[in-house]
Design a protein around this ligand. Structure first.
Ligand code: ASP
Ligand code: MG
Length: 438
């Protein structure tokens, strides 16, 4: 069985929903479908909660009414028979009365979780009913019956596998199984969620639990490109990535899934395919355990990077120096991304510079501190095992006309990162593309 997950934009209108319905039925094989809420809905539900936290039921009701109106139009456009239109109107009025019921009582994060879950509840109900109206054998499974996190708020994969397997056995013979992304219960049985954007995580967990043949993540982009198409000419979609390569690229927002989301699929050895709803026949990008030997796959960049340098002769032969420096960043909840060390100096990059002044102030205890803002990390991802010769030289050579502030290599077998000035980004990316791919 394949798992197909569709994001908010992919189910963002009745027209898109019809497209999804045709995509999930076109092979005729049994398929497990995970849906996000229609785009914008989760945000509206959070807005409703926000009003309720602030004890403003009027504000909440206004958002609820607007949302209800929108959905009522969607239902008219999506369904063609009176029977289903009526059925869905009943469903919607129950849903929206449920949302209104929260405007009366005490409001806590517990209630908020129930509210934000409704976006996925509505989208999956609409899809299941639409498929049924079209004569497809489709069944809606409530994620609350099998998707659960443990006491550490991590998905409880044993429980999920056990529950879902039993549910699938009870529901044998359907062509399409539909469930809510994002929504789950916590260890105490309360309604909870897998954090914003968590539908991908749901798909990965379900794929692993069902030992699916493939997990497909459908969005509105054409898989992942080997360089940033907005900056560089002649980029190409990357056909295949190793899970490790995909994890390296995730930091760069390279339209790839968050590493924690893919983890269940990775451990279960299930390939994840990124597909485009707007171009369903394009192959997209497949992420799996295969490592294409001696191949560079992609280049990505991240701007708005600040580099902090600490120079100190006390660093030489002083165990614990790095820890003391790193602890300062930790105490300000600031992640360090790239690091380069020499015997008497240490350069680190950060993205979040909100606490920069405090950090610099404290670092002065340990050495002379310099700060350079407006930098950019450029990373080259692929099979960069140190025994493969030539790739470092090739990448370096592509940057021969550009001042390089830092280099990081050997942290993993899949990445070299360069720190350059933001203003050199375009030239660097283009030159790397020309040398590595074209
Ligand atoms: N609807 C949720 C969100 O907007 C989950 C998701 O789309 O993945 O964050
Ligand atoms: Mg989303």
């Amino acid at each position: 069985m394949k798992v197909m997950k569709f994001g908010g934009t992919s189910v963002g209108s009745p027209e898109r929903m019809k497209e999804v319905a045709s995509l999930v039925t076109r092979t005729g094989e049994p398929t497990f479908v995970v849906l996000s809420a229609m785009s914008g809905t989760t945000n509206s539900l959070i807005e409703i909660s926000d009003y309720l936290y602030k004890k403003n039921p009027e504000g909440a009701n206004e958002v609820i009414n607007n949302l209800e109106q929108k959905y009522s139009v969607h239902v008219d456009e999506l369904f063609s028979t009176d029977e289903y239109k009526l059925k869905m109107k009943d469903f919607l009025s129950e849903e929206f009365n449920y949302l209104r019921s929260f405007t009366k009582d005490l409001f806590t994060s517990f209630e908020e979780k129930s509210i934000v879950a409704q976006g996925e509840v509505i989208s999956t109900n609409m899809m299941a009913s639409y498929l049924q109206e079209q004569g497809v054998k489709a069944v809606l499974l409530s994620a609350l019956d099998f998707m659960r996190t443990d006491k550490n708020a991590e998905p409880d994969s044993m429980y999920i596998k056990e529950k879902l397997s039993a549910i699938m056995e009870e529901n044998e013979g359907y062509q399409v199984y539909i469930t809510q992304g994002f929504v789950c219960r916590n260890a105490y049985g309360e309604v909870d969620n897998l954090q914003r954007g968590g539908s991908d995580y749901t798909a990965s967990l379900i794929g692993a639990a069902l030992n699916a043949e493939e997990i497909q993540i459908w969005t509105d982009i054409d898989g992942m490109h080997n360089n940033d198409p907005r900056v560089v000419e002649k980029t190409e979609a990357v056909r295949q990535l190793n899970f490790e390569e995909a994890s390296e690229l995730a930091y760069f927002g390279a339209k790839i899934l968050h590493p924690t989301c893919v983890q269940p699929a990775k451990y279960a050895g299930i390939p994840v395919r990124l597909k485009n709803t707007m171009a369903p026949d394009a192959e997209g990008t497949i992420i799996n355990n295969v490592l294409a030997q001696k191949k560079i796959k992609a280049v990505a960049a991240k701007e708005n990077i600040t580099v902090v340098k600490v120079k100190s002769s006390r660093m030489l032969g002083s165990p614990g120096f790095l820890r003391k420096v790193f602890e300062i960043f930790e105490s300000y909840q600031t992640s360090i991304d790239m690091v380069a060390t020499s015997e008497v100096g240490l350069s680190m990059t950060i993205e979040n510079s909100a606490h920069l002044d405090d950090i610099v102030d404290e670092l002065k205890k340990y050495g002379t501190v310099t700060v350079e803002p407006s930098m950019c990390i450029v990373c080259v991802v692929g099979d960069l095992d140190w025994s493969n010769v030539g790739f470092e030289a090739l990448a370096m050579n592509a940057l021969k006309d550009i001042p390089v502030r830092m280099v990081s290599y050997g942290g993993s077998n899949y990445n070299i990162s360069f720190l350059i000035k933001e203003s050199d980004k375009k030239q660097a990316l283009q030159s790397l593309s020309d040398v590595l791919f074209n």
